[in-house]
Each structure stands twice: as structure tokens, then as C-alpha cells.
Design a protein around this ligand. Structure first.
Ligand code: AHM
Ligand code: MG
Length: 336
């Protein structure tokens, strides 16, 4: 903490680095770079309502400049920032079909980390001023340094993540991350342009009364999920009242609320989408790492999300994530 009584993200990261023996500072640098890139994304997201004035997707603004779609903009900012960081040898993103290797840059070739991200999760909500977010996941490469990164560097199970987090662009902008030693949250103070520690050592309540799912798909879900949804709405089992349904439609926002207040979020298998919708590598794994670090759980319904062996960059996986006892309850009822 500095004399102003606040701890900035940079101060916190540097301070924590001292706890890791033989730390070289590369991971700290990477986290700081992601933080800075997300501040730039935040600036653009905040202007989203002005697109009619300054120009919309693929159109030109009043200065006659091309205006990019915000999810592509976020992708390009993160990519450029990691490419120049020197700590990352390649990235994978929801907006990139294949992995992107930073081999052209000598410094990056010798870097030991790869980063996977969803640059703007929930992006269909941008137009209506609903919270959206950037989700990221960091692994140590398994291929030799000094060579271009390979697909094996990326296709590692979630248990191998060295860090993960998200930035949520909401009523305030927050960065929440873990390096496997608990979860901490930082709120962006726009007056000084810094993320400041606001939610130290986040612990998710073991139970709450909130469930999040797109209930509109009821008839597309299997019998197990339908039974669970009926259970959520039935007060007799709970001897008091039914669970409350909260579904924002931005996973990062739904999971953030549940991380702080408790609850369970589900995007299960559907009859016409047996693996659900959400992506393992840059949506489910990083959020599962955070959930577990905060005392919660994340499951496919069959196994721990973090233990799923990935086979493809963009693979989908069903997910049940949140408060420990609510995830266990949902898995049990769905299984029956
Ligand atoms: P996106 O990465 O294209 O934004 O899609 C992911 C989003 C999640 O944030 C959200 O939970 C889900 O899609 C909502 O999907 P649906 O409209 O099917 O409920
Ligand atoms: Mg997404």
C-alpha cells in the first residue's frame, strides 16, 4: 500500500512476485500488459453509445476514419500488446481461427508463456449497455523456447494454467485474477486511470439462492436439466422459497455476480448442441480456475472442468460453475 492508502494493480503484482521463489517477473509483466490493454478496451467500450455519432461497425466516423467492431478492436489491442510485451510467444483468441505465433520477434520467441483470451465476451450486449468482459488464461509453453510456439502449448488442461482472470466492463470496470494463490479484484479508478485493490481474497459463499441459465431453452435441455430447473422453482424442497433466476447473457457478468454473492451458472448440453455453447479454453477454464480458487467449483456435469483434456482450440464444453454446494446439487439432480 502506498501513502495514498490504495494499492494499485501494479504494486500488488510486484509485491506478490516476491512470494514466488526464482520469479523472473515475466508473468507479472504479462499481467500488467493485459491490464493496460484492457484499459484501452474499456475506453472504447465506454464510447459504445456514441457509435451513431462517431461511426458504427465497418462504417466511417465524422473524421472519415474506419471504425472497427468492438470485439475485433479488443482482439487487436490485446494481440498487439502481447506481441510487443516480450513475455508471450503466442496467443489464441475467440476471434482468431488458428493460434497466432509471435515468432517474428526474437524476444517473443524466447518467451515462456502463451495466452488465450475471449477479447469481448457477451459482445451482443454492447448495444444495450449491458456488462461485457475480457477473459484470459495463461499457460507455460511445453515446446522448447527459442522456437515458434506449437498447438501443444495451448492444448493443455485447465489445471496447468499459471494465471487466469477477467476484466468486466460494467457499472464500474474491474479486473479479477488468480495465479493459483487466491483471487483478488481491482476496480478501475477513472480519475487516476489505475486498477485499485478493492476486493482482496475473494471467497464465494458456499451456497446462495441464485441460479443462472437460459431457461428459454427448457425444451431443448435433457430430462436431467429439466428436473433441476423444476427443482429450482419448487419451494417445497427448500422449505422456504424458490431460487431466484438471474441471467444477464454475458457469462463473465453472471459468473462475476455469483463469485461475489454466490450462486450457480449453467450452460448445459442441449439436444441440438450436445457440448453446449461455451468454449473450454478461453471461457470455461479461466473462470473455473477463478471459481475453484475462490472456494467454488466448476464441472461439465461429468468431470471437473479443469481436468478436461482439450483436443481443439475452440472446443465447446457444458458447464456448471459457482458456489460449491450449488454446483454439487445441480450435478447430482441432473445425473439422476
Ligand atoms: P460470445 O463469446 O459470442 O459473446 O458468446 C458467449 C456468451 C456468454 O457470455 C453467455 O453466457 C452466452 O453467450 C449467452 O448465450 P445464450 O444467448 O444462448 O443464452
Ligand atoms: Mg465469449
Amino acid at each position: 500500500m502506498n501513502t495514498k492508502g490504495i494499492t494499485t494493480l501494479d504494486e500488488f503484482i510486484i509485491d506478490r512476485q516476491k512470494d514466488i521463489p526464482f520469479a523472473t517477473g515475466e508473468l507479472s509483466g504479462l499481467l500488467r500488459d493485459i491490464g493496460v490493454a484492457c484499459k484501452v478496451v474499456n475506453r472504447e467500450v465506454n464510447k459504445a453509445g456514441l457509435v451513431d455519432i462517431i461511426g458504427a461497425n465497418g462504417s466511417t466516423n465524422v473524421q472519415g476514419e474506419e471504425v472497427q467492431k468492438l470485439d475485433m478492436f479488443a482482439n487487436d489491442i490485446l494481440k498487439a500488446s502481447l506481441m510487443t510485451s516480450g513475455e508471450c510467444c503466442g496467443i489464441a483468441s475467440e476471434e482468431e481461427e488458428e493460434l497466432v505465433s509471435f515468432e517474428c520477434n526474437e524476444r517473443n520467441k524466447n518467451a515462456k508463456y502463451v495466452v488465450l483470451f475471449d477479447p469481448l465476451d457477451g459482445s451482443s450486449n454492447i448495444d444495450v449497455n449491458v456488462s461485457i468482459g475480457t477473459i484470459f488464461s495463461i499457460y507455460k509453453r511445453v515446446s522448447p523456447m527459442g522456437k515458434p510456439c506449437t498447438i501443444e502449448d495451448f492444448l493443455q488442461p485447465g489445471v496447468k494454467q499459471v494465471a487466469a482472470g477477467y476484466v468486466i466492463y460494467g457499472s464500474s470496470t474491474m479486473m479479477v485474477y488468480t495465479t493459483g494463490k487466491g483471487v483478488n479484484g481491482f476496480t478501475l479508478d477513472p480519475s487516476i486511470g489505475e486498477f485499485c485493490l478493492s476486493h482482496p481474497d475473494i471467497i464465494t459463499p458456499v451456497k446462495s439462492d441464485t441460479y443462472s441459465i437460459n431457461q428459454g431453452y427448457f425444451y431443448n435441455f435433457g430430462k436431467g436439466v429439466q428436473n433441476y430447473l423444476q427443482y429450482c422453482q419448487d419451494s417445497t424442497d427448500k422449505k422456504s422459497k424458490a431460487y431466484r433466476l438471474r441471467y444477464i447473457g454475458s457469462m463473465v457478468a453472471d459468473v462475476h455476480r455469483n463469485l461475489i454473492k454466490g450462486g450457480v451458472f449453467l450452460y448445459p448440453a442441449m439436444k441440438d448442441a450436445p457440448l453446449g455453447k461455451l468454449r473450454l479454453m478461453y471461457e470455461c477454464n479461466p473462470l473455473a480456475f477463478l471459481a475453484e480458487q475462490a472456494g467454488g467449483e466448476a464441472s461439465t456435469g461429468q468431470q471437473r472442468i479443469l481436468e478436461v483434456n482439450p483436443t481443439e482450440l475452440h472446443q465447446r464444453v457444458p458447464i456448471i460453475i459457482g458456489s460449491k454446494s450449488m454446483v454439487e446439487e445441480a450435478v447430482k439432480i441432473i445425473e439422476e
